[in-house]
Design a binder for this molecule. Structure first.
Ligand SMILES: O=P(O)(O)OC[C@H]1O[C@](O)(CO)[C@@H](O)[C@@H]1O
Ligand SMILES: [Mn+2]
Length: 450
């Protein structure tokens, strides 16, 4: 695919219809594997369902499994996308989106797994998993990915201890920092949160030799893997050129559109703690998912579980951090939201029209941080942009507030690179866009009124 431009003047959506691409391989290989794992997980919980709901729970387990087996078959045989049949608050939006996709196709074709945009189909799979649970009332609160998420938290204990200890050290000395030192710490914790998105937890705890390096110590070696680094613009957006906590403008609000639970979420909470305790922000609003999503994404339950768990840890600085986070939630310094738009398949440029309330809420922020790969795909509409296309243009008018993407690359869309940067990466390392080894800190504040 060589940056084909569609009639509407934007490049084509990435899609499994381009045989051999990462999108194609994901739909062919990875999505069915995930469905198989979900089926296994539900099956392994049969006894739990029986204990909680008796025979009805077992029947629900059977129905959910047969629904998911059918779904896997629909996917593998490229069947047309089916309308949703449950009564979720988002069901109509999904079904309208299907109509919209249908209207973009020839009359004799229908949206389907290997023909439609990859972003749409991948989101749709997670929504159908949710449908399989929702249609079976006694088990309708079951999170099929919960166990994987809690395991990822426990496996990164050492790194969590290191980062909480670092945070508490900073908080003790916060008043003595010069502005330059404060900026240095800000940049460090921003990068820790960035690399927290490297889902495999390999920064430190995921490796066998976990105590070797703390997430902060690893940063220097990772610097050369940041392809676009706008972090100084993020700092300026927060400080407006003034010393934080000084007599300048009242400190603002930062919104964090969360990605994964486990280690990444802890890095986000640590960063949010620093923003508030340094006076760089007055309030932090977190945005999570209202249903289990893309395996490891954070739900409300994951958010509060992580804080409780950190608070209850048998480690002084971890529990101190957790207790502080709990207070921030209680006193409203931190707020958690889970608007249904985050679990729709829409490109973010659709938000102003399709979720105007959420768009208006984000407009209240002084800075919005978007964590992770999926958010980047939605920011850029998951299209085949040239690497030198500007981030602003790829956003297609989505600019509720100054915004920044913190993303390790796991899908083949990347804009805002220097001429030749993409080509030389491809020549050196063909998998650079999907390996998770590279990252961007990409900022945009286009039409922001002062
Ligand atoms: O948690 P993240 O960073 O959004 O990563 C999820 C990404 O992983 C992928 O499954 C690719 O590995 C993409 O489909 C998706 O964008
Ligand atoms: Mn994710």
């Amino acid at each position: 695919m060589a940056n084909q431009v569609t009639l509407r003047g934007v490049p084509e959506s990435l899609s499994a219809k381009f045989v051999g691409t990462f999108a194609y391989l994901t739909v062919r290989d990875r999505l069915p594997t995930i469905l198989t794992k979900v089926i296994d997980t539900i099956h392994r919980n049969k006894n739990k369902f029986f204990e909680e709901h008796g025979e009805e729970g077992v029947q629900a387990e059977k129905r959910a499994i047969s629904f998911l087996s059918k779904l896997r078959n629909e996917l593998q045989t490229d069947k047309p996308v089916l309308a949703l049949t449950d009564d979720g608050v988002d069901t109509d939006m999904w079904n309208q989106y299907l109509q919209r996709q249908q209207s973009l196709m020839d009359e004799n074709e229908s949206p389907s797994w290997f023909k439609s945009p990859w972003l749409y189909m991948e989101c749709y799979m997670y929504r159908r998993i949710q449908e399989s649970i929702r249609l079976n009332p006694p088990i309708c609160d079951f999170d099929v990915f919960r166990a994987a998420k809690t395991q990822s938290y426990f496996e990164s204990q050492q790194a969590i201890i290191a980062i909480c200890t670092y945070l508490q050290g900073l908080n003790k000395n916060m008043n003595d920092f010069s502005e330059e030192q404060l900026m240095g710490q800000f940049l460090k914790l921003l990068q820790v949160s960035l690399w927290g998105n490297k889902c495999d937890l390999s920064i430190s705890a995921g490796q066998e030799n976990s105590q070797k390096s703390s997430p902060v110590e690893a940063l220097e070696d990772l610097k050369s893997f940041i392809l676009v680094d706008d972090s100084h613009l993020v700092w300026s957006a927060l400080t407006g050129g003034k010393t934080p906590g000084g007599s300048g403008k009242p400190q603002g609000r930062v919104d964090i559109v969360l990605d994964n639970a486990g280690f990444e979420l802890v890095t986000d909470l640590v960063f949010a703690d620093f923003l508030v305790s340094s006076g760089l922000a007055r309030q932090v609003h977190f945005h999570g998912k209202s249903m289990p999503w893309f395996v490891s994404d954070t739900t409300r339950e994951d958010f509060s579980w992580t804080i409780r768990q950190t608070m209850a840890a048998n480690h002084k600085w971890m529990s101190k951090s957790g207790a502080q986070w709990q207070r921030y939630v209680k006193d409203g310094t931190w707020c958690y939201h889970d608007h249904p738009f985050w679990t729709l398949p829409h490109e973010f440029c659709d938000m102003a029209a399709d979720a105007p309330d959420l768009y208006a809420a984000l407009q209240e922020a002084d800075l919005v941080l978007f964590k992770g790969d999926l958010n980047y795909r939605k920011l850029t509409s998951d299209r085949d942009w040239a690497h030198t296309e500007t981030f602003e243009r790829a956003l297609r008018g989505f600019q509720p507030a100054p915004l920044c993407s913190l993303r390790t690359l796991k899908a083949n869309v990347q804009v805002g690179l220097r001429p030749d940067q993409g080509e030389s990466l491809t020549a050196r390392e063909p998998g650079w866009m999907t390996s998770g080894a590279y990252a961007v800190i990409q900022f945009s504040s286009h039409h922001r009124e002062q």
